[in-house]
Design a protein around this ligand. Structure first.
Ligand SMILES: Cc1cc2nc3c(=O)[nH]c(=O)nc-3n(C[C@H](O)[C@H](O)[C@H](O)COP(=O)(O)O)c2cc1C
Length: 180
C-alpha cells in the first residue's frame, strides 16, 4: 500500500461540490448532545465579555487544554484575541435564562448576573457545574469559525446535580453522577 502524501489529503476542487448542504448539516448537528457554557473574558477596558457556547471540548490532559469554536461573526471575538486569558463556566439547567441572554448580542450581558472573578481574574458564573480558567493559546482557522485553544490554569468541579445539555435546539437537564 502506498503511503498517503500530503497532496492526497488535500481535497481536490472537484470534490467541493459534493459537500453536504449547510441546512442538512445544521439539522444533523442538532442531534449531537452538547454541554452548554458561558465563555468569557475581560476586555481591554476591564469589562466582562462573553457568549453562550456549546462547542467547549476537552482537548488534552498533558498539558491540560480545552477548545471552543467561535463564529467569526461574534462581537466578542476581538476581546478574546486581545485578552491573555479566558474562563469557561459549564451551566446547569437553572442557568437557562443566562444561556439565552448570552446567546444574543448585547454590551451589558453581565449586568444583574451573579458572577465573580475567578482565581486568575476571569469572569466565572456563580454556581457553575464546573469552571476552567485558561491562558489563551492559539486561534486557529476552522471554516466560518475560529478554534480557540486554551491552556487550563485552574479547573474546578462544583457540586454534583444537573448539567445543562443542548439537544435538538432545546435545553435539557442530565444528572451528574446519576445511575447508568
Ligand atoms: C445553545 C447555544 C450554543 C451556542 N454555541 C455557540 C458556539 O459554540 N460558538 C459560537 O460562536 N456561537 C455559539 N452560539 C451563538 C452565540 O451565543 C451568539 O452568537 C452570541 O450572540 C454571540 O455573542 P456576541 O455576538 O455578543 O459576542 C450558541 C448559541 C446557543 C443558544
Amino acid at each position: 500500500m502506498s503511503s498517503m502524501s500530503p497532496e492526497s489529503i488535500l481535497m481536490p476542487a472537484e470534490c467541493r461540490s459534493a459537500l453536504a448542504p449547510p441546512h442538512q448539516v445544521k439539522h444533523a448537528f442538532s442531534r449531537i448532545p452538547a454541554g452548554v457554557a458561558i465563555v468569557a473574558t475581560m476586555d481591554a477596558d476591564g469589562v466582562p465579555q462573553g457568549l453562550t457556547a456549546s462547542t467547549v471540548t476537552p482537548l488534552s490532559l498533558e498539558p491540560p487544554m480545552l477548545l471552543v469554536c467561535m463564529n467569526r461573526s461574534v462581537h466578542c471575538l476581538p476581546a478574546f484575541s486581545q485578552a491573555r486569558r479566558f474562563a469557561v463556566s459549564m451551566l446547569r439547567p437553572e442557568h437557562r435564562d443566562l444561556a439565552s441572554r448570552f446567546a444574543k448580542h448585547a454590551t451589558d450581558k453581565f449586568d444583574g448576573v451573579s458572577w465573580s472573578r475567578g482565581a486568575l481574574g476571569q469572569p466565572v458564573i456563580d454556581g457553575a457545574l464546573a469552571t476552567f480558567e485558561c491562558e489563551r493559546d492559539e486561534m486557529l482557522p476552522g471554516g466560518d469559525h475560529i478554534i480557540l485553544t486554551g491552556l487550563i490554569q485552574r479547573a474546578h468541579a462544583g457540586e454534583e446535580g444537573m448539567a445543562m445539555v443542548y439537544l435538538a435546539r432545546r435545553f435539557h437537564g442530565l444528572a451528574v453522577g446519576g445511575a447508568d
